[in-house]
Design a protein. Structure first.
Length: 178
């Protein structure tokens, strides 16, 4: 366990959105890197290698020593407001040169998958974070309705802004929620 990280996921099972509570949400956050000459695979390579550096201030991502690779577990701490921090982790379900996917463990705020990808759309590289989620329990569902969804959206939008800036872009992310 890296210094400053809490292992709150040891021995816990991963949970899919199907196992969650309440409404299921698909949130897609995208940023177009127009005017930047970078391939989708280069974006994913940098995103995986420097993942913690793109997170908003006050949050920490402790990548596995072997990097973001299938079967690995990363620990994280995220600010949830009011001075409270969520200590949890993610399981790396999938990773290749085009995308990587995390799955949440029991006890995380939501049950779900988070897929990070990049693609060429008409000669422009677009980076995307897509979250498929449900709350873990009724109390978390209430917290999401009372502002948690807005915080989650801002978190990933800030992450994509930082990723775009890494490549010299000032593009603003777009968010779609279903």
């Amino acid at each position: 366990v890296p210094s400053g990280a809490l292992d709150t996921v040891g021995g816990k099972q991963v949970v899919s959105p199907i196992q969650g509570f309440g409404k299921m949400w698909q949130k897609t956050y995208r940023v177009s890197l127009a005017g930047v000459e970078v391939t989708p695979s280069e974006v994913i390579e940098v995103w995986k290698a420097e993942f913690p550096s793109f997170w908003p201030a006050g949050s920490q991502f402790h990548a596995p020593l072997t990097g973001i690779a299938p079967g690995e577990v990363a620990l994280l701490q995220a600010s949830v407001g009011g001075g409270l921090k969520l200590s949890t982790g993610v399981f790396v379900l999938y990773a290749d040169h085009e995308s990587f996917t995390f799955m949440t463990p029991q006890g995380h705020m939501f049950a779900g998958w988070i897929t990070f990808s990049a693609a060429d759309e008409g000669g422009t590289t677009v980076a995307q974070c897509q979250v498929l989620m449900r709350a873990q329990d009724p109390l978390t569902e209430l917290g999401l309705v009372l502002g948690g969804h807005r915080k989650e959206d801002r978190f990933w939008e800030e992450t994509l802004r930082a990723l775009a800036a890494r490549f010299g872009s000032t593009a603003e992310p777009e968010t779609t929620v279903v």
